[in-house]
Design a binder for this molecule. Structure first.
Ligand code: IMP
Ligand code: MG
Length: 207
């Protein structure tokens, strides 16, 4: 029941990651984090809104269940794609960042993101939080790492500079939605991650 596509939704192709698989993997990630931060007295999770809000809630609770350190939650809002989705041959996208947390000086920080795609968002955030924020340590945790099929040279160069420390799943080069991730603000509440039929959302298709 949980793992059925919404009926008659032609914009969704198939379920890629079931709710059970996601939950199991998050427990594994949490155990890793708990072990890595065994000596830490306070770990700051910085979630990237909006997409990471579901992942962040589940990951934080799993870290505590796994015996990890007390957590502080912060959020930053980043917008890279807005109402659009990725097209082929992109070289640059401007990421808008709002609400940088002020209290991260000297903190141990994990940046929690829903998905690493072309890398524009995490590159912008890394500069803002890690370089300018004065943190003591910073790691990156992404639920999904997209394996790009034909990245431009510019994207390849950006991706090379971003190596997430914790990765839930690698996913194919398709637009995905659910478990916090959206297409044009829809589907965030789905308990699983589904593959989207991109032609429904690219220009020319129905909006
Ligand atoms: P990047 O900047 O190209 O790495 O894209 C990362 C950001 O774009 C993430 O924060 C997501 O919110 C969004 N994004 C990228 N790919 C997808 C996708 O397949 N589904 C939903 N959101 C995505
Ligand atoms: Mg996002």
């Amino acid at each position: 029941m949980h793992d059925q596509l919404p009926q008659h939704d032609p914009a969704l192709e198939r379920i890629l990651l079931s709710a059970d698989r996601i939950a199991t993997r998050i427990d594994e990630l949490a155990a890793q984090v708990a072990a890595d931060y065994a000596d830490c007295t306070c770990l700051h999770l910085i979630g990237v809104l909006k997409g990471a809000f579901v992942f962040m809630a589940d990951l934080g609770r799993a870290i505590r269940r796994a015996g990890g350190p007390p957590l502080v939650y912060d959020f930053v809002k980043a917008s890279t794609y807005g109402e659009s989705i990725k097209k082929q041959g992109e070289t640059h996208r401007k990421t808008q960042i709002e609400g940088l947390p002020r209290s991260i000086r000297n903190a141990d920080v994990i940046l929690v993101e829903d998905i690493l795609d072309q890398g524009f968002t995490l590159a912008g955030l890394r500069d803002a939080i890690v370089r300018d924020g004065g943190v003591r340590s910073a790691r990156v945790c992404v639920l999904l790492d997209k394996q790009l099929e034909v990245p431009t040279e510019e994207v390849t160069a950006i991706r090379r500079t971003i190596r997430p420390d914790y990765v839930g799943f690698t996913v194919p080069d398709r637009w995905v939605a659910g478990y916090g991730l959206d297409v044009n603000e829809s589907y965030r509440e789905l308990p699983y991650v589904a593959v989207v039929r991109e032609h429904h959302f690219n220009s020319g298709g129905p909006q």
